[in-house]
Design a protein around this ligand. Structure first.
Ligand SMILES: [Zn+2]
Length: 202
């Protein structure tokens, strides 16, 4: 106890409790089950999180462990059957010290004018990779794991990942946005998914 006042110990404990950072190298099974295309759980819209508390932070940690375990770069709470507006993203899985990004109640406030087509995959549709057209830049506002309001502009892989994960919160999967129907049918068939599980969006 020497050298540390009760106040600073309490402060450190509070900071530890507030951190959602987990080991990126996950040994053993994932704490949460990731649902797959065809499961109606993925079609249910998520509710806003009324308050960011220790339960939400524990959900974030479990989601991160599940995402790292599955070698993913993003995961929405919907994918683990929790219908709350929570996303976790980590585009730098290889660097242990880089903190992940947590987006709670995310809202896109602006889209850039240009779009591009890039290949996407999804932990809920393992093995399937297809091109999706999306705006290249978005501006998003959200609340972080400490309940602080944040706003950021995202392009490239991050911008795409945020849009992909936010779709999950609305019950939309990336295959719903694929325009090349022939490639879509082939990929789904090849990986054992049924085409009727896709709900095309306009
Ligand atoms: Zn996904």
């Amino acid at each position: 106890m020497a050298g540390a006042s009760f106040a600073s110990l309490a402060h450190r404990a509070a900071r530890r409790e507030a951190s959602v950072t987990v080991e990126k190298q996950v040994d053993g099974p994932a704490p949460l089950t990731i649902h797959h295309l065809g499961d109606q759980v993925l079609r249910q819209p998520a509710q806003r999180v009324p308050r960011v508390d220790h339960n939400i932070r524990q959900l974030c940690r479990d989601m991160l462990r599940s995402m790292y375990s599955a070698q993913g770069i993003g995961l929405a709470a919907t994918q683990v059957g929790v219908h709350q507006q929570v996303l976790v993203i980590d585009l730098d899985r290889e660097t242990p010290s880089t903190p992940p990004l947590v987006l709670i109640n995310p809202e896109i406030t602006a889209y850039g004018a240009s779009v591009d087509s890039q290949e996407e995959g999804c932990l809920s549709i393992p093995g399937v990779y297809l091109n999706v057209v999306r705006p290249t830049v978005v501006e998003v506002k959200f609340v972080d794991e400490l309940g602080r309001k944040q706003r950021r502009k995202a392009d490239g892989l991050l911008g795409r990942c945020i849009q992909h994960e936010m779709d999950h919160l609305n019950g939309i999967l990336f295959v719903d946005r694929v325009q090349d129907m022939e490639a879509l049918q082939q990929e789904l068939h090849h990986h054992g998914f049924i085409p009727s599980a896709v709900h095309a969006v306009a």
